[in-house]
Structure formats: C-alpha cells, structure tokens
Design a protein around this ligand. Structure first.
Ligand SMILES: [Mn+2]
Length: 363
C-alpha cells in the first residue's frame, strides 16, 4: 500500500500547475487515509511539490507512527494545527495554497486564513476525489470482505424474519450479526422499509410490524479495513401480490441492465440512462427519483455520482460504484436492488454477486 500512497500524492502534485497552486491542504480525513493509510479520525496533510507533512494530535501519535509508511512523509503531533503551521512556516516556499473547499466549514476556513499569514488561497474542489476514486486490488479486497459479511447477514435475516417482527427487530439482527462477523461499523443507519413504507427510499427502520405478503427493502453497510460494502435487497414475507412481483421484476431487470452496461470510462449519465430506460419504458420513470448509484470506498458516498445530474462526469477504470435502481409507489410498495461493482476496461466485477437477489419469499 506504501506505493499507492506515494503514487496518489505524486498524481496530486502533477496537477498543482493546472490548479494554480504550489501547496495543498488536505483536511478531509477519509482523503488523508487514502493518501497515507492512517485510520484515525483526526489528521490533515500539508503537501508541497517536494514535502509532505502529516499532522495529527496526541491521541494518535503512536498509531500514526505505525500506520504511515510512505517515504518522505514528516509526522507532526500537534493540537492547534493552524497556529503550528504558521509557527513552522509551513508549507515551505509556497505562495498559493489550495484547500478542500467542500470539506472545511466557513468558520474553519476563516480561522485558517486568519492564522496562516502571508499566503494566497485557492478553493479547490474535486481534486483529491478524482485521484482516490481509482481503487487498488487491496482496497477492493476489503470491500469484498465487507460484502462477504453482508452475504452472511442477509442469509441470517432470511432465516429469522417472520410476520409480526418490527423493522427495528430486523435492523437489530443486522447490527448484531454484522458485528459478530467482524464488521467494523455500519456506515449509515440500516434501512428497513416494509409494505407501504417501502415507498420511502431512505426509510429508516421503524417500530412498524411487518405483515403477511409485504415486500421488505433492506439496505445496510458493513466495513472491513476501513472500506464499506453497501447492499440493498428486497424480499417478501409471505407471498406478495402479483403487482408487487411485477414491480420487483422490473427493478431486477434495471439492476441487471445497469450492471451489464457498467464499464470503466463510461459517462455516468449514460450508465444511469441504461438502467433508467427499463423503468421509464414501463411507465414508472417518475417513481425512480434518485440517481442510479454512487462511488463507494472509505466513505459510503463518494465520487463519482452515477446520475443524470452529472452529464459531464466519467466513472473511470478502477472505480467502485453502486448500481441501485428502485421504484417507490406511495401508499403501495417499494423495491430497490443494489450491488457494488468494480469497473474494469471491459466491464465490471460484481463484488456483491454472492448475495441472492431474485425475489425470495420467506414463509
Ligand atoms: Mn447505496
């Protein structure tokens, strides 16, 4: 991993001229992790053309020394980062400093610019994102391990689910089993949306009891080595209505069509359209009210956003993205089916392929 951290830093430096900067402050902690391997929750990086300074506080001193292996990286342990940077006159020799405009508060940026004196500033967006979008095999192996846990969790849910259980009961099983199987954390609150609540794309589990014949949409994340899997499956408790089955079949076809179209270098709006067309053609275009997917890695939602909203964006070879079409029908039902895929030159590797996605009817 040492090599990849150094490569990513070199890639960032190679864009300094184009961006009009001669130093970069990386303040988004997941980005710091992608560039250094550091797994703690508080750190920043100061990059110049020739130097790399990693700054964390005393809680992480030992961890930083263990985890940071990139050569040429100086570790600093300090609590008041801006004052320290000013005192040490970092970044050495830089006149224009780029900072991650999407990852610093207005108050934080004001303090930074007031404390670090005598430099000019440039708000930077999307620069680190573009570099860390491309995942290494080791990183993808972590997502695969997280997906393997998800496979077992879903199998467990199908074995214990029964009519009369609440959505919270299901969410509790997911949390318990995932943790027992080695998941480091959930990443987001587990979504369990049954029956009419299925119409809420982000319906957090509630105290609603699940009734006979209802569809249940389960969306949950597991984490291994700092990397997430993000999976949605829809199953039925007892035989569902023919109509619900038809909606399910449509979403499954859209999911499979999206996966078949997924390929490194594809325009995200084109990929979104491939799956969306299936749902649109059937007359449910307005009921699929979100993008097809999103990048996945150290964060549950990363770039690229796989959506019609970003017609200029490309999903590069090496990106891990989700493919998650859904149909949400108010006062009726909802279905979403989500897989995680790693984009290659010729197509994609499905990382969640072991998790059954045909309509399972739990009796
Ligand atoms: Mn997702």
């Amino acid at each position: 991993m040492k090599i990849i951290h150094e490569q990513r830093i070199e890639e960032l430096r190679s864009e300094f001229d184009e961006r009009g900067i001669d130093a970069l402050f990386v303040t988004h902690v997941p980005h710091v992790a992608y560039l250094t391997g550091f797994s703690g929750s508080s750190a920043m990086l100061v990059l110049t053309r020739t130097a790399a300074h990693f700054i964390t506080d005393g809680r992480y001193a030992e961890q930083a020394r263990q985890e940071i292996t990139a050569s040429g990286m100086t570790i600093h342990i300090e609590r008041e980062w801006w004052a320290y940077i000013q005192e040490k006159q970092l970044p050495e020799g830089a006149t224009t400093i780029g900072f991650e405009a999407s990852h610093i508060s207005v108050a934080g940026a004001e303090t930074m610019q007031r404390t670090v004196e005598g430099r000019s500033w440039k708000a930077i967006t999307g620069m680190v994102e573009a570099v860390v979008m491309v995942k290494t095999r080791e990183e993808v192996d972590c997502i695969k391990s997280a997906a393997a846990i998800a496979t077992k969790v879903y199998d467990h849910v199908l074995r214990v689910a029964k009519v009369g259980m609440t959505e919270n009961d299901i969410a509790a099983e997911v949390a318990y089993v995932a943790k027992k199987l080695g998941s480091e954390g959930e990443g987001f609150e587990t979504i369990v949306a049954s029956g009419v609540r299925g119409a809420l794309p982000h319906g957090r589990a509630s105290n609603k009891a699940i009734r006979q014949g209802e569809l249940v949409t389960l969306d949950f994340g597991c984490r291994v080595g700092g990397f997430y899997s993000d999976v949605t499956r829809t199953f039925a408790l007892g035989e569902p209505a023919m109509f619900d089955r038809a909606i399910f079949a449509l979403v499954l076809l859209a999911n499979e069509t999206g996966i078949a179209a997924a390929q490194g270098g594809i325009n995200v709006a084109t990929l979104d359209a491939a799956a969306r067309e299936i749902i649109k053609d059937a007359g449910y275009g307005d009921d699929f009210a979100h993008g097809l997917g999103h990048g996945l890695g150290r964060e549950v939602h990363e770039k690229p956003s796989v959506s019609y909203r970003f017609p200029d964006d490309i999903a590069p070879v090496g990106a891990v993205i989700t493919i998650e079409p859904g149909i949400y029908l108010a006062e009726r039902c909802g279905v979403r089916i989500e897989d995680d895929v790693w984009l290659t030159e010729t197509g994609c590797e499905v990382l969640t392929g072991a998790i059954p996605k045909h309509l399972i009817v739990v009796e």
